[in-house]
Design a protein around this ligand. Structure first.
Ligand code: SAH
Length: 233
């Protein structure tokens, strides 16, 4: 079954962009997912196909009109969740990505300018998702991030050898560090244990390394990991 992505944007030519290459690009060619990037301007009003207007209450910038957005959604809405990319949304997480990838696909709404009229977000019960606590110039790059993360989890996209079961966030920890040849480089040796062939010892070393890295780099993830494992300190 094809996982279907529809993107509503003022810049449909930005898609598939980077998702036309490598893993996602090959999966697109093989029909493991499909992409339909729609121009919001097609639903614009009047001779100039206006999609935005000045904000009620005053202030800088322009706001995307609810009637224009709603018409664009009517054209494509089905059983898929509708996601609006916005800095005020819930931060995108691997578990959210997994849930989206397990469904039929997604309709993504990309904002521009100051943002989107709040009423259409509520009227269409959109899920508001952010890709981080910083402001982008538009939702398109955020949509590419979300799609990339979902597509690599679709069945058949990644080979069995690089399946996503051991990677960062899959068990609440960051991943252990990786090493390849040469065994010694610039005076730095690969950790001895990785050359030992002792798989149990290697697994134990990797678990400890993942815990140490998470504790050091992401104390927030570490605290959450400890509380789910029932040994919060
Ligand atoms: N005035 C808004 C920012 C608008 S940025 C504010 O202060 O919150 C223009 C568009 O870029 C937004 O409508 C949204 O679609 C997108 N965007 C910006 N930052 C984003 C982020 N961190 N995550 C997801 N989308 C983002």
């Amino acid at each position: 079954m094809t996982w279907r992505a529809t993107v509503l944007t003022l810049f449909p030519e930005m898609f598939p962009g980077p998702l036309g290459h490598s893993l996602a690009g090959r999966a697109l060619e093989r029909g493991l997912w499909s992409l339909d990037a729609r121009d919001l301007r097609a639903h614009g009003l009047g001779r100039h196909r206006a999609v935005d207007d000045t904000p009620f209450g005053g202030g800088a910038g322009m706001v995307l009109r609810p009637d224009v957005i709603d018409a664009a959604i009517s054209d494509v809405a089905d059983d898929r969740p509708i996601v609006v990319l916005t800095p005020r949304g819930r931060p995108l997480t691997q578990s959210r990505v997994q849930a989206l990838a397990a469904g039929p696909g997604v309709v993504l709404l990309c904002g521009r300018f100051e943002g989107i009229d709040q009423r259409v977000i509520e009227h269409r019960a959109m899920a508001e998702i952010s890709v981080g606590d910083y402001v982008l110039s538009g939702g398109e790059t955020a949509a590419l991030v979300l799609l990339d993360a979902c597509i690599r989890l679709l069945p058949g996209v990644m080979g069995a050898s690089d399946s996503g079961t051991e990677e960062s966030f899959s068990d609440g920890l960051l991943e252990y560090p990786h090493y390849t040849r040469p065994a010694e480089w610039c005076g730095r040796a690969v950790p001895e244990i990785l050359l030992s062939g002792n798989h149990a010892a290697i697994a134990a070393w990797r678990q400890t390394a993942a815990e140490t890295i998470t504790q050091t780099l992401r104390p927030d993830l570490w605290a959450a990991y400890q509380s789910t494992k029932g040994h919060a300190s």
